[in-house]
Ligand binder design. Structure first.
Ligand code: ZN
Ligand code: ZN
Ligand code: ZN
Length: 365
């Protein structure tokens, strides 16, 4: 196991050298488990991996958290601190003399604010520029983990589409709790979200499932996912509780065509913004352009949302091993909304969709 982390650390150090970064500081967030296998709890007590460009990495950690760390010989040394210690001082000593420091996005502002005066003369940049490009390219084991998580939510989607998950007469919140229980039952350790949005509520892309009772003859948008063995699932399927209204059916055909075109375009070498355009152009041509109000997708891996983002302006070319969602939507305020989402991996031989649950709008009435 240590070998994986040693390899990743070696690549991180190469990126630090290339970018002139002296020290990398990682606290809560997912760069830390990517490099060490350890996910820090988002506590007020400081946990920080200090990676000098040359020299050993040190994990500064509250003494009471240290027993949770699986030591990785050769990867990092543990430096537990006591309640009366000043942990920021420990970090600044390990980083002393650094003039270029890269910090993780999710480090508490408090720790950075305390660190600033202790490393006078240092300039700061985002660690995502150092670690992100490595994290984006998933290895075979990571793709296997994403595939297993995707298969689990596919099975839940199939239950939803077959009508075996009751909808009509239940509240959105009840259905959300039902989906959440199934996410765990299917092998995830954690539920990340279970959006259930009925009828006009589906026009709000991140609607919070509430007390709204699901009725006959309306669309129900379900977007759910969790974390399984460290890697995330994320799927959206819509179902209809009755005979599908013609305006919804027509829009759904456009959405399906757009989503499939975007998946098909996601070959290695294609830019992220062109994958976005593949969906957006079809939706716009059908007159729904103003109703597609978000980017087409996001990278996925240890985090539910990470690089690469499938969005206009992102000219990064897809590489084999990039994993991301393709999830265009159409949202007509006050009426209905719809989204269709798969996780896709770009490979040397073309896009590989990890989700295979039926893409059609099922009548579950
Ligand atoms: Zn979202
Ligand atoms: Zn989603
Ligand atoms: Zn998503």
């Amino acid at each position: 196991m240590s070998q994986i982390y040693l390899d990743r650390l070696a690549r991180v150090r190469a990126a630090m050298t290339q970018q002139g970064v002296d020290t990398l500081l990682l606290s809560v967030g997912h760069d830390l488990p990517y490099l060490t296998g350890y996910l820090a709890m988002p506590l007020e007590r400081l946990t920080m991996l200090v990676v000098p460009r040359d020299g050993d990495a040190t994990l500064v950690i509250p003494r009471l958290e240290a027993p949770r760390v699986v030591e990785q010989p050769g990867v990092f040394q543990l430096l537990p601190w006591n309640e009366t210690d000043d942990p920021t001082r420990l970090v600044s000593e390990l980083a002393s003399g650094s003039t270029a420091v890269a910090v993780g996005d999710q480090m508490w502002a408090r720790f950075l604010v305390e660190l600033l005066p202790q490393l006078p003369g240092a300039s700061y940049q985002r660690a995502v520029d150092v670690v992100g490009p490595l994290r984006m390219v998933k290895d075979a084991a990571e793709i296997d983990a994403l595939t297993a998580a995707a298969a689990a939510v596919d099975r839940i989607a199939a239950e939803l589409q077959s009508g075996r998950i009751p909808l009509v007469g239940r509240t959105e919140a009840e259905v959300s709790a039902d989906l959440s229980a199934r996410i765990i039952a299917e092998g995830h350790q954690k539920v990340n979200f279970a959006i259930v949005a009925a009828g006009e509520n589906a026009a709000s892309p991140h609607h919070h499932a509430g007390q709204r009772i699901i009725n006959d003859d309306e669309i129900v948008l379900c977007d759910f996912g969790g974390t399984m063995d460290g890697y995330c699932s994320d799927i959206t399927r819509c179902v209809y509780t009755g005979d599908i209204a013609s305006d919804v059916a027509e829009a759904y055909e456009v959405l399906l065509e757009a989503q499939q075109a975007s998946v098909g375009s996601a070959t290695a070498g294609t830019s992220c913004e062109d994958v976005d355009s593949a969906a957006r152009d079809i939706i716009a041509a059908a007159g729904f352009g103003d109703y597609f109000v978000h980017r087409t997708g996001h990278g996925i891996g240890l985090e539910e949302h990470e690089d690469p983002y499938i969005v206009q302006g992102n000219r990064r070319a897809l590489e084999p091993g990039h994993a991301f969602s393709i999830e265009p939507g159409i949202y007509v305020p006050g009426k209905w909304g719809m989204r269709l989402e798969d996780i896709v991996v770009s490979t040397a031989t073309g896009p590989l969709a990890l989700n295979s649950a039926d893409h059609r709008l099922a009548n579950v009435g």
